[in-house]
Design a protein around this ligand. Structure first.
Ligand code: AMP
Length: 173
């Protein structure tokens, strides 16, 4: 089975000019979701991961599945105003303006080796900010994984020095 065949392109969502990679069509297919989790797990199983951190919101789905398979805890990184307890924030640039993400202060402990997971790598800005959050809490980024990588945007260059993996790559729009 080719996982790429289960991803749906939605033109002009959420705004004109964007081709949105819709993963709901992969998630609803029991074979595809099982292959995706298994393949992502194989890449990371020997990395001595102690926590999985997923990025809101699509990073929660396979991130939580990976945490269960690895037998470690799952930590959510969320958009501002969603986490109830003490938290730290990190801002990053968007095409127009900035955005920010947050993590609970007590989510990571010294010595934690973290798998950071999100559904898709575009420019890498979101993931770089997530790495900064983990490192500010004294965690080590053990691996970064994505289901999808838009390789033509060269987001990897933003994540130099990290162990970055993706299951599905697009070389052009
Ligand atoms: P970036 O920070 O530019 O790497 O953007 C990554 C974040 O934006 C991820 O959380 C993705 O879910 C979302 N994203 C960016 N571009 C797309 C796209 N073409 N299709 C689906 N999600 C996207």
């Amino acid at each position: 089975m080719n996982l790429k065949d289960t991803i749906r392109d939605v033109k002009d969502f959420p705004k004109k000019g964007i081709i949105f990679k819709d993963i709901t069509t992969l998630l609803k297919d029991p074979k595809a979701i099982s292959i995706a989790v298994e393949e992502l797990y194989k890449l990371v199983k020997d990395k001595k991961i102690t926590k999985v951190v997923g990025i809101e919101s699509r990073g929660f789905i396979l991130g939580a599945a990976l945490a269960l398979k690895l037998g470690v805890g799952f930590i959510p990184i969320r958009k501002p105003g969603k986490l109830p307890a003490e938290r730290i924030a990190e801002s990053y640039s968007l095409e127009y303006g900035t955005d920010s993400i947050e993590i609970h202060k007590d989510a990571i402990e010294q010595g934690d080796v973290v798998l950071l997971h999100d559904d898709l790598l575009a420019t890498g800005g979101t993931m770089k900010a997530a790495c900064n959050l983990v490192e500010r809490l004294s965690g080590k980024v053990g691996q970064i994984s994505f289901l999808i990588e838009l390789s033509f945007l060269k987001g990897r260059e933003n994540l130099n020095g990290y162990d970055v993996h993706s299951l599905i790559q697009y070389d052009s729009e």
